[in-house]
Ligand binder design. Structure first.
Ligand SMILES: N[C@H](CCC[C@H](N)C(=O)O)C(=O)O
Length: 321
């Protein structure tokens, strides 16, 4: 066997998806061996030299009872994070497209808890994003007590922002017009501001009226994206805490619209929006990725009790050459 063949690892099947232009590489790590190092994720995320994506989403077998899958999320800088709202909707579509389940209500374990995904018609998915966390230590955000609006020193400037966790940390600033907001200047400086010890996603929120807003988000670990689902949730929470929004809000992002509902403190934030599957691909992993064979887990609908297997999308995971 040639040297080059010996240096080649297994093939990896993936699907490219997006939620309002926030785009993802999605991998079924149940049916095929998968393990990537952060530098490999950064290479694959590169829009010139790799596949190009904002986040990598990985489907794993559940680690908890009464949960269908585990959902791991990696930013384009290789960092693993706790939540991705647009990704959660695409996750629900992916596991059904790949016949890993035929359930319409899917429970998914993330690094920070369990979220419930409800598949609707025409690619629409509703996600229960959980109860927002507002206590500074849990966000995490450095503050001596919880406030609805904090003043943050930023070099010679000071900015007012709300701090919210949707499982992942967000800072939300009010702006008059998102088109002229200082996203490129303040985004990176606030993303890595010392008061956000785990860094943060930074939302720039323009209130149109009590039921409509516009939003741009400079995402932690990925930069400005076309849309941010958890950011839309955090922005509506911030607007409600300031008494500026009703409980159901249309959030206009660069890539399109999400509908966010929040009934107030202690209630979960509900997010509804579209999903899109763009293409399926294969790549060959480097040889130093020893396959960890997992037993294949097929999920069946509790009612039908049937397992549907689909090889339509997937080559059998190749063993090492
Ligand atoms: N950049 C985020 C993860 C992706 C969130 C976003 N794509 C969404 O739809 O919620 C973070 O580091 O917390």
């Amino acid at each position: 066997m040639s040297q080059s063949r010996r240096n080649q690892g297994p093939m990896l099947n993936f699907t490219k998806m997006h939620g309002l232009g926030n785009d993802f590489m999605v991998v079924d790590a149940i049916s095929q061996p998968f393990r990537l190092r952060p530098e490999m994720i950064r290479e694959l995320a590169d829009r010139n030299f790799g596949i190009g994506f904002d986040q990598l989403l990985v489907v794993e077998p559940p680690g908890l009872p009464d949960v269908d899958f585990r959902y791991r999320i990696f930013n384009s800088d290789g960092s693993e994070v706790e939540q991705c709202g647009n990704g959660a909707r695409c996750f629900a579509r992916f596991v059904r497209d790949q016949r890993l389940t035929n359930k319409k209500v899917i429970r998914v374990q993330t690094a920070k808890g369990v979220i419930e995904l409800r598949v609707g018609r025409a690619g629409m998915v509703t996600v229960d994003m959980g109860v927002p966390e507002l206590n500074p230590p849990a966000i995490p955000f450095a503050a001596d007590r919880r406030k609805d609006v904090y003043t943050v020193e930023l070099g010679g400037d000071t900015v007012e922002l709300s701090a919210v966790s949707m499982g992942n940390p967000h800072g939300v600033l009010l702006v008059d017009d998102v088109d002229t907001a200082p996203v490129g200047e303040f985004g990176p400086r606030l993303e890595s501001h010392p008061r956000f010890p785990a860094r943060a996603n930074i939302g720039f929120l323009q209130i149109i009226d009590r039921t409509r807003v516009r939003l741009r988000v400079f995402e932690r670990g990925s930069g400005e994206t076309m849309a941010c689902g958890s950011g839309a949730c955090a922005a509506v929470v911030a607007g409600c805490l300031r008494g500026l929004l009703d409980s159901r809000v249309d959030v206009e992002l660069k890539g399109g619209r999400l509908v966010i509902e929040w009934q107030g403190e202690g209630a979960p934030v509900m997010m509804e929006g579209p999903t899109a599957s763009v293409f399926e691909g294969q790549l060959r992993l480097p040889a130093d990725q020893p396959p960890k064979r997992r037993k294949s887990t097929r999920h069946s609908d509790a009612k039908s009790g049937t397992n549907r297997q689909n090889n339509r999308h997937r080559q059998p995971a190749t063993s090492r050459p």
